[in-house]
Design a protein around this ligand. Structure first.
Ligand SMILES: Nc1nc2c(ncn2[C@@H]2O[C@H](COP(=O)(O)OP(=O)(O)OP(=O)(O)O)[C@@H](O)[C@H]2O)c(=O)[nH]1
Ligand SMILES: [Mg+2]
Ligand SMILES: [Zn+2]
Length: 301
């Protein structure tokens, strides 16, 4: 008997194997667990892979990975880059009144996506709790051209509109733990809800997501639910290129006296003038400064 082969998207990646979506022939979907061939193969949620089923081994394994359009990474607790998801069209950064937003985190995610030319949006969840305390920041982001939508995953308000916005693309949900990323997936794609059973409980007994998971809504549309972050650690590449990730700072940099202005203490800095004049939000500028200082710390002997 000959081997069976096929290709599909990786729904989730575990230590020693991956879960692959097997092309459905009109009869719904099925998934296939595949082992990895070598230790070197690092496969991430969203990768497209070719697999082979070997009857002799009674199992499937990944043959090859298609080239990635992009790869979203973050830094793990030991400071090493850790891939989160590949082949993403849009980054949706989720915030909520509770937990209290870490806007620096939002800025960092947006800057990272900007560097990779990935469209970004802000989802403000838990509108049932009242969003008054967040309106000033939301206004800043809207003013910078970042699309912001307000929803309540629990009550369903704004969910249909969000689903329409996400139609036709692959969106990665990121943000602090507990903002409601998994709840949004469940609200938008109730058919996917059953699949969240692999949520595990953390030390305090709360459900939390531990591995990125791809949810197919239809042939063109998918949501990727990522584990929430609790701490901050941007990849060095982002810190180095911080300026380009902050759209309003990047736009003004051409007016600085020095070509290589870092917009820190340099004289004739158009960015600092704009901050003083209130044309750039001081908090956004502070986010930028934190990234630059972090880079200086990373690169100092
Ligand atoms: N009040 C309110 N609570 C919500 C809403 N959406 C989610 N929650 C609650 O927020 C908590 C966290 O929701 P999750 O969906 O698990 O959050 P998450 O972002 O996936 O968290 P991690 O997987 O740990 O990153 C849960 O107790 C949800 O019930 C909402 O619209 N309103
Ligand atoms: Mg979750
Ligand atoms: Zn400058």
């Amino acid at each position: 008997m000959s081997d069976t082969t096929g290709s599909g998207v990786v729904l989730a990646s575990y230590g020693r194997g991956v879960l692959v979506q097997v092309s459905d022939a009109g009869s719904g979907e099925s998934t296939l667990r595949c082992s990895l061939k070598g230790r070197k193969q690092r496969i991430v949620c969203g990768d497209r892979v070719a697999w082979v089923y070997e009857p002799a081994n009674d199992g499937a394994s990944v043959e090859s990975i298609e080239p990635r359009r992009n790869l979203i990474e973050r830094i793990d607790s030991r400071g090493r880059p850790e891939p989160v998801a590949a082949n993403i069209d849009r980054l949706a950064i989720v915030v909520a009144p509770e937990p209290v937003p870490d806007w620096f985190l939002v800025d960092r995610y947006w800057a990272g996506a900007e560097l990779k030319d990935i469209a970004t949006m802000l989802i403000v969840n838990k509108s049932d709790l009242g969003l008054e305390s967040l309106q000033a920041e939301i206004g800043t982001y809207r003013g910078l051209g970042l699309p912001c939508v307000e929803i309540a995953a629990h009550r369903g308000s704004g969910v249909a509109e969000l689903r329409a916005t996400l139609e036709g693309s692959v969106t990665l949900l990121v943000g602090q733990s507990g903002v409601g990323k998994s709840s949004i997936v469940n609200a938008i794609a109730p058919e996917a809800a059953a699949q969240t059973s692999e949520l595990t409980r953390d030390a305090e007994g709360r459900h939390t997501t531990t591995t990125a998971r791809w949810y197919r809504l239809n042939a063109q549309t998918a949501l990727v639910d990522a584990p929430g972050v609790r701490d901050f650690a941007p990849p060095a590449s982002l810190v180095r290129a911080a300026e380009r990730g902050f759209v309003e700072i990047h736009a003004l940099a051409v007016d600085c006296r020095f070509n290589d202005c870092r917009h820190m203490e340099e004289p004739g800095c158009a960015v600092r003038s704009a901050v003083l004049a209130g044309r750039i939000a001081a908090r956004r500028y502070e986010s930028y400064r934190r990234l630059v200082r972090l880079y200086e710390k990373l690169t100092s002997p």
